[in-house]
Design a protein around this ligand. Structure first.
Ligand code: PGA
Length: 230
């Protein structure tokens, strides 16, 4: 199983360090076959010790240069970061990242050998139209993406389930994941959207779910470690 914590615009450098210390204590007995990722905000990126991988929530697809307010590979290299989250719905929506831009970003970081957690997900208006429109919408988010890249992980996150407390049902997750798996084959597929200690077991036991991408419930080290240890 893969457990990924996306802090979004939460935590500081100080609180991230405390979080990691707490997590290390709680997870010291954990089976190392599980893979844990932590995506702190840029200002908390650092070399942390532990049985997890630190990734960037975003970066600009350049090595360095004149791109005010952005960071590139040079800044990630300083902390040995080779993992990046791309295509999160919040970036697509609030930062107006188009599919074309997202695909360019994936191609750039793939060329740099990064591990990419690539997010897709449909809005409620599409989900309400039925399963076929959902799949059509999701498959369009693979446009320009090398879905067979060996360091790619896909995260399916229905937008209506993100931060709402209302996760997709087991049936919805199961149907969507099995349809996506037919396309991406062996590429790991995570579910994200209101995953929490109360529903982690149900979600990770669904066929086609290789792990979870967690926002709100990952902010507390105790809650995140409960999920990892579940
Ligand atoms: P959530 O966020 O767990 O708060 O719903 C998930 C995500 O956006 O990755």
């Amino acid at each position: 199983m893969i457990y990924a914590a996306n802090f979004k615009t939460n935590q500081t450098r100080k609180s991230t360090r405390q979080y990691i210390e707490e997590l290390n204590v709680k997870l010291c007995t954990k089976d190392v076959r599980d893979k844990i990722y932590i995506f702190p905000p840029f200002t908390a990126l650092d070399n942390y010790e532990g049985n997890f991988t630190i990734g960037a929530q975003n970066a600009y697809p350049v090595h360095n240069g004149a791109f005010t307010g952005e960071i590139g590979v040079e800044q990630l290299d300083e902390f040995g970061i080779k993992t990046i989250l791309i295509g999160h719905s919040e970036r697509r929506e609030y930062m107006a990242e188009t599919q074309e831009k997202v695909a360019q970003k994936c191609a750039f970081f793939q060329a740099q050998g990064f591990e990419i957690i690539y997010c897709i997900g449909e809005p409620l208006s599409i989900r309400e139209k039925g399963f076929e429109p959902v799949m059509e919408y999701l498959l369009a988010q693979f446009e320009g993406i090398d879905i067979h890249y060996d360091k790619l992980v896909v995260a399916y996150e229905p937008i209506w389930a993100i931060g709402t407390g209302r996760s997709a049902t087991a049936e919805e997750i199961s149907a969507t994941h099995s349809a996506l798996k037919k396309v991406i084959n062996d590429t790991p597929l995570l579910y994200g959207g209101s995953v929490k200690p109360a529903n982690i077991k149900e979600i990770t036991s669904i066929a086609g779910v290789d792990g979870v991408l967690v926002g709100s419930a990952s902010l507390d080290a105790d809650s995140f470690s409960q999920m990892v240890l579940s």
